[in-house]
Design a protein around this ligand. Structure first.
Ligand code: HEM
Length: 416
């Protein structure tokens, strides 16, 4: 364990580890395990030169995310990964409505308005949509294949269609926003490209807000536009943008990487196929929760110390950024025995794949519903589904802010 007398100078600040071990596409960078063991609050060099901290222990991760002395304000945090071509050095207050990068009381106001929109009734309606959308995609795969790219044909369209349903975005618009959010999620995108993508999402949302004002429908955006929350057009546009950006890349990568992991763990795939199946939709069930823990597609999230704080024996100075590594926390052996094993028999719960505390994922029930329907349905329709390329040829998203696969070529025996 780290000695509390260790001066920071003796522990060189290193960038967030991103290099995954060769041949183990599902395992986090090995350096994270070493840090968790030896220095769970370690000095970290941020891409803009800031020296902050990296937290790798499960218990400390939850502590940071639940502690109001750590804020999420966009103008104060330093980005842990290179973004926007400027090394992530552009720090400005979050625009009105971008509540994921705000602290209370601003964050609380938006969060309350939105939580009231993610109702059980709406989730049930969406579950019916997810079933319909999933069946449609399976039919399309059957018509087209084998071989198909599972990302393009299944993993991406399902959450895209679902977020369209949720917000009331015409599905014809999906190519537009898929492209723009892809640009926003890529590491090392130039500043110009990032701005262009932001502007495009904003213009798109502005058109939608105007359309929902003129003709309200039964969707979340219409309710927000015409409800009594008192949101301005600018706020509505940005709230819509946040949901759009947060809502489908994450789920799409969980579905595609989840299928890859299942194909590489036949014993666990057998549990999905032959086991008790998925429990109540939207609730935590062992299979989806274990995939969320094991795969941890979001590399981390960042906070800033609003005052001097002692964390795990380490003094953090006010103004320093603290990145918590979600993959490291989710593979912490103190919390999950034999953490590198994908095991659907594990007790459910405790992972931080959806974060923790006041910013914990707003869309988690919806994401669960999507995975709980999409994963079993795929193997039911194609029981002999397998990779169409050697596993080492599957292109991994090591260049993206959200981990996963770029493509997943799959095949099956067509029915004669
Ligand atoms: C498997 C899929 C998903 C994963 C792994 C995921 C993960 C996360 C994580 C880790 C956070 C916390 C970030 C932080 O603390 O800084 C978060 C926040 C958020 N997520 Fe998700 N998410 C998923 C799906 C969704 C979906 C489907 C939606 C919307 C429909 C959504 C909307 C949001 C929003 C709006 C926030 C910000 C909440 C706040 O700041 O109060 N997410 N998500």
């Amino acid at each position: 364990m780290r000695q509390s007398s260790d001066p920071v100078q003796e522990r060189p600040a290193r960038p967030l580890p991103t290099e995954r071990p060769a041949g183990c596409p599902f395992d986090p960078p090995s350096e994270l395990a070493t840090l968790r063991e030896e220095d769970p609050v370690s000095p970290m060099l941020y891409p803009d030169g800031h020296i902050g901290w990296l937290v790798t222990e499960h218990v400390l991760t939850r502590q940071v995310l639940a502690d109001a002395r750590f804020g999420a304000r966009a103008d104060l945090v330093h980005s842990p990964l290179p973004r926007a071509g400027a090394g992530g050095s552009v720090r400005r207050p979050a625009p009105p409505g971008v509540f994921s990068q705000m602290d209370p009381p601003q964050h609380t106001r938006y969060r309350r308005l939105l939580a009231g929109q993610f109702t059980v009734r709406r989730m049930r309606l969406l579950a019916d949509n997810v079933r319909e959308i999933t069946a449609g995609r399976l039919d399309a795969m059957e018509r087209q294949g084998p071989v198909v790219d599972l990302v393009e044909q299944y993993a991406l369209p399902i959450p895209s269609l679902v977020i369209c349903e949720l917000l009331g975005v015409p599905y014809e618009d999906r190519d537009r926003f898929q492209h723009d959010t892809e640009v926003l999620m890529r590491m090392g995108t130039s500043r110009e490209e990032t701005i262009a993508a932001f502007v495009a999402v904003q213009e798109h949302m502005a058109e939608l807000v105007a359309a929902k004002r003129a003709e309200p429908a039964d969707d979340l955006l219409s309710d927000l536009v015409n409800g009594d929350g008192g949101l301005t057009d600018e706020e509505l546009i940005n709230v819509g943008g946040v949901l759009l950006a947060a809502g489908f890349e994450t789920t799409a990568n969980m579905i595609a990487l989840g299928v890859f992991a299942l194909l590489r763990h036949p014993d666990q795939l057998a549990v999905l196929r032959d086991g008790p199946g998925i429990t109540e939709l939207g609730h935590a069930d062992p299979i989806v929760e274990e995939l969320l823990r094991y795969l941890s597609v979001i590399p981390g999230t960042v906070r800033v110390a609003m005052e001097d704080v002692v964390l795990g024996g380490q003094e953090i100075k006010a103004g320093q950024s603290v990145t918590v590594s979600i993959p490291a926390a989710n593979r912490d052996p103190e919390q999950f025995p034999d953490p590198d094993r994908l095991d659907f028999g594990r007790p459910v719960g405790g992972h931080v794949a959806f974060g923790h505390g006041i910013h914990q994922c707003l869309g988690q029930q919806l994401a669960r519903v999507e995975m709980q329907i999409a994963l079993p349905a795929l193997f039911e329709r194609f029981p002999g589904l397998r990779l169409a390329v050697p596993p080492e040829e599957v292109p991994m998203r090591t260049d993206m802010l959200i981990y996963g696969v770029h493509r997943l070529p799959v095949t099956w025996e067509p029915v004669a």
